[in-house]
Write a protein that binds this ligand. Structure first.
Ligand SMILES: Cc1ncc(COP(=O)(O)O)c(C=O)c1O
Length: 366
């Protein structure tokens, strides 16, 4: 294992993820929970969290975005169902997916033919979920195509159409639109059932819908953000922290960071912390975000650089090399939330945590 000396880490509290998944499971029941761990579990570390969920039966299975992400779960010992939520391309990906028992999303007749061919070639039954377009406008077959896809798969005998699903675009912002999406989904599921489809797992809900819209739950809910505690009523699991590596006292007029992007208007005590946009701590936070040091909010000074960021610790008398600095999460009574950082950067919490880069070790705590 590579050694870790640099003190910048993302600490993941397993107890928070456990509690969030237990809550989702309770809310969704009798529907099952597909734990969405794509993009390295939204930056939280997919392998460790999938192992937690599998070993404690906190989820029925896992949602990933690509075959590669599914294979990585299999390599880390995950045996539960895994559904690839993305559209597979190149079509040779179907071979890898079938070999690793990954369930695939089929959103076009072309893909249905390709998965059938791959399954026949391997002599192994493929399992797929058909994706219906109801208004997300991303991937998904329209209703007439869904019916054709289903017929094609049934005829082949090589592929099991195990589920039908759709994705909601506005579950947290537009109830009418969401209701229309759900209505369209229900009708299409009814049509398939009228054609003889039995036992299809129906799913539409993301975290927000699973928590707040009972009629969206169907047979399964697909939850990401709430499991990580970044939806209302859930417990945040991730803390991004580091330690001060350098301290200086500066005079009035001293310039800090590239482009002299901060100028001291009084004598100040300034800490340098080893985290920057190369770690996913966005340059947009320059001169705007706070970092927690000594239990106090300390302002970022000047431009965030690739590997280091300067912080005002004038008010933290005992701040020294080695003092802990929390960029996201709690320290004492203070908290920097992902919502706060997302607001400063004009983005969403999903992006704030997903952008924490690969060089930041993920350290799980109980
Ligand atoms: C198809 C699909 N289902 C479910 C989810 C989970 O959404 P959330 O993180 O809002 O729960 C996502 C995430 O973007 C997704 O793309």
């Amino acid at each position: 294992m590579a050694i870790t000396l640099r003190p910048t880490v993302a600490e993941i509290r397993l107890s928070a993820v456990r509690q969030n998944l237990q809550k989702l499971k309770r809310l969704a029941a009798p529907a099952r929970v597909l734990f969405v761990v794509k993009a390295n579990a939204y930056g939280h570390g997919a392998a460790a969290l999938a192992r937690l969920a599998e070993s404690e039966e906190l989820a029925w299975g896992f949602g990933v975005s690509s075959v590669e992400e599914g294979l990585a779960l299999r390599e880390s010992g995950i045996a539960s169902p895994v559904l690839v939520l993305g559209s597979l391309y190149p079509f040779e990906s179907f071979v890898e997916a079938i070999n690793a028992d990954l369930m695939v999303t089929i959103a076009s007749l072309d893909a249905a033919r390709q998965v059938t061919e791959a399954a026949k070639k391997l002599g192994k039954k493929a399992v797929c979920h058909i994706k219906l377009e109801t208004g997300m406008g991303r991937i998904g077959a329209r209703r007439p195509s869904v019916l054709k896809i289903y017929d094609e798969l049934e005829r082949s005998g090589a592929v099991c159409a195990a589920g039908l699903y759709t994705h909601l675009s506005s579950a947290d912002t537009d109830q009418d639109y969401t209701a229309r999406q759900l209505g369209f989904f229900r009708e299409t599921a009814g049509e398939l059932q009228a054609r003889g489809a039995r036992g299809l797992v129906l799913h539409a809900a993301n975290s927000c819908a699973a928590a707040n819209i009972p009629e969206s739950r169907f047979d399964m809910v697909r939850c990401g953000i709430a499991a990580y505690g970044l939806a209302e009523g859930f417990e945040p699991a991730l803390t991004l922290k580091t330690r001060i590596v350098f301290i200086k006292n500066v005079r009035e007029g001293a310039c800090i960071s590239y482009d002299r992007s901060f100028r001291a208007n009084r004598p100040m005590k300034i800490a340098t912390i080893p985290a920057g946009y190369g770690d996913g701590y966005l340059r947009r936070f320059s001169n705007k975000a706070d970092v927690l040091i000594g239990g106090r909010r300390c302002r970022v000074l000047g431009n965030v650089t690739m590997d280091m960021t300067m912080v005002d610790v004038t008010a933290v008398k005992d701040a020294a090399v080695g003092s802990e600095a929390v960029l996201l999460g709690r320290q004492g009574a203070q908290e920097i939330t992902a919502q706060e950082l997302a607001g400063l950067a004009g983005t969403i919490t999903y992006e704030v945590v997903t952008l924490i880069s690969g060089r930041v070790p993920r350290v799980c705590t109980p």
